[in-house]
Write a protein that binds this ligand. Structure first.
Ligand SMILES: Cc1ncc(COP(=O)(O)O)c(C=O)c1O
Length: 455
């Protein structure tokens, strides 16, 4: 763990680690008591326990970048977050000193095996899974296509799969492909455009005894809406269907719990959670062990490796584990999962405050239209908006002048944008991350205000 500042020497890093470790130990005692009292009650956690935004910012070299005289404000986290130094160091360390292929009898290969095993444990802590339930792959999209193909070997014509209008197309297209290949029917649950929420009445209507799988996002990457996936899982399981959760957008904003959510499968991407470009698939161990995954005969037959194809991105795996450890380093606690719990509870609270400021500020600008659920409801700190008469790409281009980087378009959540009637220009999307400050929010607001008055 390191929260060392930019350009610090190795000795300084170590000093910081030791200092933080001692502070953490002191805080741990009080924290452990509160944790044992209330594992799930975030209100029991002392806000002082987590690392401040100012300290967090020192971990990200990207924040030293300036544009047009402004420090860059990265609101593009929903498209990919910035990466802390420790993650890059873990990847460098792997490539410089341990680079090898797996399962051979010499030190660098053994070290590679150990790094992958330890990364599975880190990701298992992140998701509350077992290490043998963690599958690595190129990205969420590729892993989902792979899983869909494997599951389809057990499907028959007229079986049904439920997807939702709120989803990124990475959680639609892999299932739609099976319509052509296997003859299954894909049914789409409606969203409510006015609220940006899922239409649960439609969900109940569409779920039938023919449903084999419900594919649903934990949170919408376009609107920030958080879906009640536990409820979706209960409903699916009551009719004998399985549930696949796309947690890509949710992962940096709340602690995932595959056991509590009762997921059969869940996917996320490390590059949305301060890590490198690599995907992670959770599958219940009995399912990963029994599904007929396409695989090479000589490749391992046991879970989780039987679900992985070819040589993995070892440095990416090392980086994904370091990203989990980075998050866990932001709050003290007796075990990694508990530190993650405390850190994400704090980040969620900070994100709520930032998004309330941003939403209220945008709301006051007459020409701005906001989409999705308002603050105070189940949402991530991601906001979608449009400015009357200004195409979303122009909004993004103009804000660059103030050093504000944000995304525009459909973010591959194409159906959401269609249902909101916002094709072809799409939406402007601003997402807060662990390094976002209220000054940056105010700069974004000033930029949008300036844009409206300039027209
Ligand atoms: C909600 C959501 N699901 C899936 C994806 C696709 O993830 P990947 O790029 O890892 O395939 C994204 C990427 O933006 C996303 O936001």
């Amino acid at each position: 763990m390191s929260i060392a500042s930019g350009g610090a020497s190795a000795a300084t890093d170590l000093d910081n680690d030791v200092a933080f470790g001692q502070k953490a130990q002191l805080q741990t005692k009080a924290y452990r008591t509160s944790m044992s009292l209330a594992m799930n009650d975030t209100s029991m956690l002392s806000p002082a326990a987590a690392t401040s935004t100012a300290e967090i910012r020192k971990c990200f070299p990207a924040l030293e970048r300036t544009h047009n005289g402004y420090p860059v404000a990265y609101f593009d986290g929903p498209g990919g977050t910035q990466v802390p130094r420790t993650v890059v160091e873990a990847m460098n360390n792997y490539l410089y000193h341990r680079n090898a292929n797996t399962h051979w009898a010499y030190p660098t290969s053994e070290e590679t095996d150990a790094i992958i095993d330890s990364a599975r444990s880190a990701l298992a802590d992140f998701l509350n899974a077992s290490p043998t339930e963690i599958v690595f792959g190129a990205n969420m999209t590729t892993l989902t296509f792979h899983l869909a193909r494997a599951l389809s070997r057990g499907y028959k014509r007229d079986d049904e799969i439920l997807v939702t209008e709120l989803d990124h197309h990475a959680n639609i297209a892999p299932w739609r492909t099976l319509e052509r290949e296997t003859g299954v029917n894909v049914r789409m649950v409606k969203m409510i455009p006015e609220t940006g929420e899922l239409d649960w009445n439609d969900f109940s209507r569409q779920l039938t005894r023919h449903t084999k799988l419900v594919a649903i996002a934990a949170a919408s990457n376009a609107l920030g809406t958080i879906n009640d996936v536990r409820r979706a899982g209960e409903m699916a399981h009551s009719l004998g269907a399985q549930i696949f959760v796309d947690a890509v957008h949710y992962a940096p904003h709340g602690l995932i719990d595959v056991r509590d959510w009762n997921c059969d499968f869940l996917a996320c991407s490390a590059y949305k959670v301060y890590g490198p470009h690599i995907g992670i698939l959770y599958g219940r161990h009995d399912l990963l062990s029994s599904i007929d995954f396409p695989k090479l005969i000589p490749a391992p037959d046991s879970a989780p490796e039987r679900a992985e194809t070819g040589t993995q991105n070892h440095e990416g795996i090392a980086g994904a584990a370091a990203a989990v450890d980075f998050l866990a380093s932001l709050a003290p606690g007796p075990a990694r999962r508990e530190r993650l719990h405390a850190a994400l509870a704090q980040l969620h609270e900070r994100g709520d405050a930032l998004i309330t400021r941003l939403w209220n500020g945008l709301h006051e600008i007459e020409s701005v239209r906001l989409y999705g659920p308002p603050p105070g409801t189940a949402r991530t700190p991601t906001i979608a908006f449009t400015v009357n008469g200004v195409p979303s790409i122009e909004v993004a281009e103009k804000l660059v002048g103030r050093g504000v980087f944000l995304s525009h378009g459909d973010f591959y959540a194409m159906t959401v944008v269609e249902r909101l009637g916002q094709t072809p220009h799409g939406l402007v999307r601003a997402g807060c991350a662990c390094y976002t400050t209220s000054e940056e929010v105010d700069r974004l607001l000033a930029g949008v205000r300036g844009l409206s008055t300039a027209r």
